[in-house]
Design a protein around this ligand. Structure first.
Ligand code: SF4
Length: 337
């Protein structure tokens, strides 16, 4: 299936879409100083489509995990809309619709061990969602559990259903977490750093499992990661996020093949190049992602940007269409100013 960026995908093609999604948190202040508002996510648009993996990439503190929690409805949005199957779910507060949305849009967390009850066997973790959501009659639960374990590569299923989480490796536990998410036949998986706590040697197995699920079952994925190399391996589309703003987006081959935003260039420069051995071409830069509290106008990347100009400190750049499905938020490119 061909990937289309948010601007060109039609509403019928999207399974889940966010428009102008914004999340602010009050983090302090008082009567005299005024409230302090943390801008975790500002004005984010994203389209997730069946059979596609969209990567959301950025350093820790960029706001990418907040996006997953907004889409999963763990956090309410400050402003903006979330559209699932063509219907806004932000304004729809019906309990039945809410339950249905929570089974259609499943989240996979970073730490598979903390999301599993250590005193319960794997069978319990998979049977529970099947029974709560009435996915199958009770007599068919065993067969469905075996099918789920087989789908995620945990074979023989009779063995894996009988063990406790601590008897599994990190990669096997993450496969159980994915099987549990699949138990309710979701349409969308929001995977928040699903490989970051796993050994390097078993990460590729989870990435290949995600690729298999998207290709064979047409699932839509939001893959959240700080690891741009893994995004290049699995994703069709990519959004690069910095300090609450999407700074660049487009097809993954285009964005990573020829990065336009200085921050995307910085992230890519930190990825080891096989031709250059272990040495990297890291761009000279300083600092880390700032917490954006009561932001003033200007580019949020300006304190770290090697190309900073006077205008960057005064005018917030807009995310501007560069053609070919690319968008960039930077005064170096037309349309941003
Ligand atoms: Fe750098 Fe200015 Fe572009 Fe921001 S707007 S990334 S500071 S050149």
């Amino acid at each position: 299936m061909t990937v289309m960026p948010a601007e060109t995908a039609t509403a019928t093609e999207a399974i889940l879409e966010a428009r102008g999604l914004t999340k602010h948190f009050t983090v302090g202040g008082n009567f005299w100083s005024g409230r302090k508002i943390l801008h975790a996510v500002d004005d984010l648009d994203v389209v997730l489509r069946p059979g596609h993996i969209t990567a959301l990439v950025g350093e820790s503190g960029s706001g990418k995990s907040t996006v997953a929690r907004l889409l999963a409805r763990i956090y309410p949005a400050t402003t903006g809309d979330i559209i699932f199957n063509g219907r806004s779910i932000v304004r729809d507060r019906g309990r039945r619709r809410n339950l249905s949305y929570r089974s259609d849009v499943q989240m996979i967390f970073q730490d598979p061990f903390s999301s599993l009850n250590p005193v319960r066997r794997i069978r319990h973790h998979l049977a529970r969602p099947l029974l709560i959501h009435n996915v199958v009659p009770r007599r068919e639960v065993s067969a469905r559990i075996h099918s789920l374990l087989t789908r995620v590569g945990l074979v023989p299923p009779r063995y894996f259903e009988s063990v406790f989480p601590h008897q599994l490796s990190g990669g096997q536990r993450q496969r159980v977490a994915i099987a549990r998410a699949l138990a309710v036949d979701p349409k969308v998986l929001l995977a928040d750093e699903p490989i970051s706590m796993l050994d390097v040697s078993i990460r590729i197995g989870i990435l290949n499992l995600m690729l298999g699920l998207k290709e064979q079952q047409g699932l839509a994925f939001l893959y959240i990661t700080h690891d741009i190399a893994s995004a290049r391996y699995v994703a069709d589309d990519i959004l690069v996020m910095y300090a609450g703003h999407v700074v660049e987006k487009g097809r993954v081959d285009d964005v990573l093949g020829e990065p336009q935003h200085p921050y995307t260039q910085l992230l890519l420069s930190a990825v080891p190049n096989p031709q250059e051995g272990l040495a990297t071409r890291r761009m000279a830069t300083r600092g880390e992602v700032p917490a954006i509290v009561n932001p003033k106008p200007g580019c949020r990347f300006a304190p770290r940007c090697p190309f900073v100009m006077d205008i960057c400190r005064q005018v917030t750049p807009k995310l501007a269409d560069q053609g070919g499905g690319r968008s960039v938020r930077c005064h170096l490119y037309p349309g941003s100013t």
